[in-house]
Each structure stands twice: as C-alpha cells, then as structure tokens.
Design a binder for this molecule. Structure first.
Ligand code: CUO
Length: 669
C-alpha cells in the first residue's frame, strides 16, 4: 500500500510498517501523508499491515501512555491480562501484527512491550520471532540516567565510528558511607535484573490459564527466589556483612534507604527514592485502584501460617486440600505469590505481590505527591533495592516453615548404593587448584535502540560487573556397576558471619546451586569433567546481552531460542565475589540415584541449558526430586553438621574464592 502512511519501527531504519489510515491515532490522521514522506523515503522495505476489525481496547487505555506500569498492581495486571488475551486470540501472525501496530501508538509502552512479549512467547505461530530484550527497548530501567543526556549529545554531535563508549561508574547509586552499598555490584547487575524480568515474563501469575499453568511453577517461584536469597546472603558474607534480615515487623521503620538514579524515558520522571526509616502505611491510591490496609496483608500472612501449621488449605469451594510432601510446596508457592493458580485467592490473598506494592508506595501511600511506585514495584528493577531481599527473606521463611514440617530425608533417599565419590578438584587454567579467582570486568552495551529522536547509529555505554575465570570440575567416582546418575553441585560459605562452623540446619539454606547434569558411570573408576560454562543455572554472557551486541548475527535459530532462553542466571555471577584474602567455601557434589530423579521426556532441542531456575520450555521440570534437594529439608536425627549429613555418594571439597581488585577492559580479558 504505497499511498498509505508509514510508521518507522523504532531503531531499525530499513523496514517500515505500511499502516492503514484507519489505524492512525486521531492526532496523526489529518497529517497522514506527511508521515509517509517523513519516513517512507528512508525505507528499503515496507511491511504490509492488514486491515482487520480491531477488538475494543476499552479499559486497557485507562493506563496513560506516560505512566509507569507494574504487574504487581492488580489493575495493571488485569488490563495486561486483557491485552495478552487479545494478542493471543487473533488468528494468525498477520492479524497479530495488525492489532499490535494499532495498539502500539495508543497503549502504554511498558504495558504494550510486556503483553506483546508474553504473547510472542506463548503463541505457537511466533516461536521463531525475536522479542527485543527489554534493555534494548527500555534501557532507562537498567542504567544510570545520567548517561542518556551524554548519549544523546554523542549521537547528535559525534559521527558514528568516532564515538567512544560512555562510561558508567561502578559506584553511582551511593557512597561507601552506606554499608549496604557494598552489595550494589550484585543488586544492580544488569544481567541479574534481566534474568529476573525474564523469569517473570516466562512465568506470569495472571493471564489465561494456559499461559500461567506451567509444570511446578509455584514450586519454581519458591526455589528460584530461595536461591536469590541464598546467593545474596553468600555475597553479604563475602563482604563481611551478616545475612539479610527478614522484613517481618511491618510497623517498624525500614532502615535501608535506596536512591535508584534511574529516570523513566516514558514518563520523563525520576524513579522515586526511599529515604531511611520509612514506615509502611495503608494505601489509598484511587488512581491505581489500590485501596488496601496493612491489616489485610497481616490477615493473609496469618491465614497462610495457619494453613502451613494445619498441613492443609481450604480451596475456594470450601474443600480441604492437603499440603503433601510432593505437591504441597507448589500449591503454597502459587498461594503466596499469589498466582491465579492459588487455591483460594479471596481467603489467602495476594501476599507477596502486594508486599511489593506496599513497599513501592511507601513514599506516597495516598498519592498526595502524585508520585509513582519505586523500583521494587517492577520486576525489571526490583532487585536493585535492598528491601527486595528483606521482603523475599520473609517470603522464603514462610516456605521454610512449611519445608520444616515435612519428613526428613532418610539415608535411603539420599544414598546411591554402589556409588562413591572419592575426590573433587576445581581447576582454573594457569591457577592453583581449588582457588577460584574473581575480578571486575567491563562490557559495552549499545543503547541507541531505546532512544527516540536521534540520528541513527550505535551509542555504547561501558559498565563494570563482577566476573570470574572459567573453571573445570574434576570428580573421581567409583561405581560398582554401569549406571546413570544425576550430579548435583552446590557451594556454601564454610563458616558463618562470626567465623563459627555451621549447623547443618542453617548451612543448608546457604547452599547455592552451581550445576546439575546427568552422568553415565561405567563400572569401576570414573573421572567426570565438567566446565563451569556448561552450568544448568546460567546462560552465557553473550545470551544475557545477546541483542545488545550488534556485531552478532541477528537471525536464525539463535534468535528463535532467545525469548525463553533469556531466562537464566547471568554467568558473570555464577560464583560470589569472594574476598581479597580468599573466602573459604565448601563445594558439595552428589551423585543421586537416577531412579528417583528421572523424568521421562525428550529434553533435546531448544534452550535446555538453564533449567535449574527457569525450567524447560513447554516441558516438565526435568528433575523429579523436590527443588533444592538434598538441602530443602531439615536433616535426619543425629545430623548436626554437613559432614554428618554425607552419604558415600556425596563429598565436600574446600575451595577458596579470591577476589582481585582489578578491572579488565572489554576484549582485554
Ligand atoms: Cu520475583 Cu518478588 O517475585 O519479585
């Protein structure tokens, strides 16, 4: 349709949508022809957009285009659910393009991006489509707002090719006067926040049942966030700080402050900060339809504790559902989060999500200052704030209360008769055995796609993040027969914050999963060799940042896998920072009995390399054991220490994580 107006998709410069006049916003209808001339000349290809009868957007338009969007706010979730349904409901990709093009210029951009991403992830006919990474679309959620002014200036003044990356200082949100700032490198890590955003994109808690109802999603909500807390506490100990304190006294002032230094490019406002000693208050925010008392939150908490202690929940039809050993944690995960799979959302409420909302409005609970929510109100930014970890430490404690009530693993459930681990060694090329070096690494990302109204061309920013040398596990195993097994590798600090040896009941919560993979043992002596880069927890650095790197091919199979595969712990944070003097850790390796691990399904194919925290796309969770096994339960009687816990198929090796305060430039490393 060459005569019709054309809109340029942001950033590309080569392809334009040929948009029917009827789809144009009223503002642009009268000047349709000028819009054509403005962009049409530069287009090398026009993508036709079909004229279909567009479903009414109704309530979806109630969120203005320049407001912020949060999945945790019930009204926002509801309208997101409606837009996702529209995107999922259209018959084919042509119609999806049509309705997306129509919505693009009317709907709130954050809402639009989220809903289209969820739809593309879940439609069978869009499995080979690329969802641009959120950092490409909304870099404002990930980097210091200061760089955008500079980036704009560079893009306008400095010719492409002559631009040098704009450096984001490693410490830009606080100074060392603030003790919590020692953890900023972790909380503000871009890959970490991208992982969290992706996880919630893959596991939405409110949408069509077919989208939400994934295998063991409630349990995975518990486990992935439990591991976040374990990893955060590990980092805290490395930095000579004690474990994060559960946020349980909701009437007391919150000591931790946080000033995010982020500006929203959509709302042209700064993300609100939280000064120290703020208290939660009842929320009276008509504008967001958030009218809720702190007492509501407390009632939900008490009902959930009562359910845990009674071992059963009451579903919405008044029936009793047991919280048993296998599915109990999954039910509880959905109930606490809460997802639409909660057995009874009216009664058990929406505890975890509304906790995010209460905390995110602490600075303006009744909207008198016309302020939006803080970073903890958005899954893309929540992990930046220290209060996120305190809230999730409370949430995790609820789950642990339940786990404590479960039968302990017997020796039979832990042992793998005939399999003995005889030795473990970790090697780093050119380094000492069992010493893992960490350091600072700089990387460049291109922000130009997320910035409007500027000449084209890449504008790179350079940021600094934690990194470690790749390493290799070498595990000596004796087996009395040829067999399969599951190798499970975890790491924990060797001593607690006072330097005392751990009780197993406490240390078990500190174990972070490093890897999990199937092994084929032959009869006799075996040496298992495994590279850290193959971890089932992480995705490679290149994938975390994949579509930031414009030099890489942007097509084919790699793209198709990106969406789901964008979920995964960032490889650069696989192991904690350690300390300059060398931080003592215990590496735990277990080879469990495959008979109780195995899930019969075909796991070949897409994106099967970060399943520990993210599951497998359209498949069952590929490990039948409870997530976190063997550390998810209290120990059997008589076991007080890790050594006492061990059966012959387990072994512990002391390792040291040694941080070198050196910064490597990109490519130098
Ligand atoms: Cu991931 Cu609270 O669930 O942020």
């Amino acid at each position: 349709r060459p005569k019709e107006p054309v809109f340029m998709p942001k950033g590309d410069g080569k392809k334009v949508f040929s948009v029917p006049v009827e789809y144009l916003n009223d503002k642009y209808k009268p000047i349709g022809a000028q819009v054509t001339n403005r962009f049409g000349d530069q287009a090398s290809e026009q993508i036709p957009v079909s004229k279909i009868s567009i479903p009414s957007l109704g309530e979806i338009l109630e969120l203005a285009r320049d407001e912020n969007f949060s999945l945790f706010i019930p009204k926002h979730r509801r309208i997101a659910g409606r837009l996702i349904d529209i995107f999922l409901g259209v018959r084919n990709v042509q119609d999806l393009i049509a309705v997306a093009v129509y919505a693009r210029d009317r709907v709130n951009p954050y809402l639009f991006n989220y809903c289209l991403s969820v739809a593309i992830l879940h439609r069978s006919d869009t499995q080979d489509l690329d969802v641009p990474s959120i950092i490409r679309t909304f870099p404002d959620k990930y980097v210091d707002s200061k760089v955008f002014g500079e980036a704009r200036e560079d893009a306008n003044v400095v010719p492409e090719g002559a631009r040098t990356p704009i450096e984001i200082p490693k410490d830009y949100t606080a100074s060392d006067l603030e003790e919590e700032h020692r953890l900023a490198y972790f909380r503000e890590d871009i890959g970490l926040n991208l992982h969290h955003w992706h996880w919630h994109l893959v596991y939405p808690f409110e949408a069509a049942l077919s989208v939400v109802n994934k295998n063991r999603r409630g349990e995975l909500f518990y486990y992935m966030h439990q591991q976040i807390i374990a990893r955060y506490n590990f980092e805290r100990l490395c930095n000579k700080m004690k474990r994060t304190e559960r946020f349980i006294d909701w009437d007391s002032p919150i000591q931790e402050a946080y000033f995010p230094k982020l500006d929203s490019l959509v709302s042209s406002r700064a993300w609100p900060a939280r000064v120290e000693n703020q208290r939660l208050k009842n929320l009276r925010r008509e504008v967001d339809s958030v009218i809720i008392d702190l007492d509501d939150l407390k009632r939900w908490r008490d009902r959930i504790f009562a359910a845990i202690h009674s071992g059963s929940v009451t579903d919405r039809n008044g029936r009793t559902v047991q919280l048993n050993e296998t599915e109990g944690i999954d039910i509880l995960g959905n109930m606490v989060e809460a997802s639409i799979l909660s057995p009874n959302r009216d009664f058990y409420g929406d505890l975890h999500n509304m906790g995010h909302v209460f905390l995110s409005y602490i600075h303006d609970p009744d909207h008198r200052h016309l302020e939006s929510f803080g970073v903890i109100g958005d899954s893309a930014t929540a992990m930046r704030d220290p209060i996120f970890y305190r809230w999730h430490a409370f949430i995790d404690d609820l789950f642990q209360e339940f786990k404590t009530s479960l039968p302990r693993y017997t020796v039979n459930q832990l042992n793998n008769p005939g399999v003995t681990i005889q030795g473990i060694q970790v090697d780093v090329q050119g380094g000492k055995p069992n010493v893992l070096p960490t350091f600072w690494q700089q990387s460049d990302v291109d922000l130009s796609r997320g910035m409007d109204f500027q000449p084209r061309g890449a504008v790179f920013v350079r940021f600094t993040h934690l990194q470690h040398r790749p390493f290799t596990y070498k595990i000596q195993v004796q087996s009395n027969s040829a067999r399969e097994g599951t190798c499970r590798i975890f790491l924990a600090p060797k001593v607690d914050e006072r330097g005392n040896p751990w009780l197993f009941r406490d240390q078990r919560l500190m174990f972070i999963e490093l890897d999990k993979f199937k092994v084929n043992l032959k009869q006799g002596q075996n040496t298992i060799t495994r590279n850290s880069s193959d971890s089932s927890v992480t995705i490679p650095f290149e994938r975390t940042y994949r579509d930031l790197d414009t030099s890489r091919p942007q097509g084919g199979d790699e793209l198709a896998r990106f969406n789901f595969c964008g979920c995964g712990w960032p490889d650069n944070l696989l192991i904690p920072k350690g300390s300059p003097e060398g931080f003592s850790c215990q590496l735990f390796v277990m080879i469990s009995n495959i008979a109780d691990d195995k899930v019969d399904q075909d796991v070949t194919g897409e994106c099967n390399d970060s399943y520990s925290y993210c599951g497998l796309k359209d498949k069952l969770y590929p490990d039948r054991r409870s997530m976190g096994y063997p550390f998810d339960r209290m120990p059997r009687n008589g076991v007080d220490t890790l050594q006492q816990f061990l059966t012959p198929n387990m072994r512990v090796q002391d390792v040291t994580v040694k941080f070198e305060n050196k910064t490597f430039k990109p490519k130098e490393n």
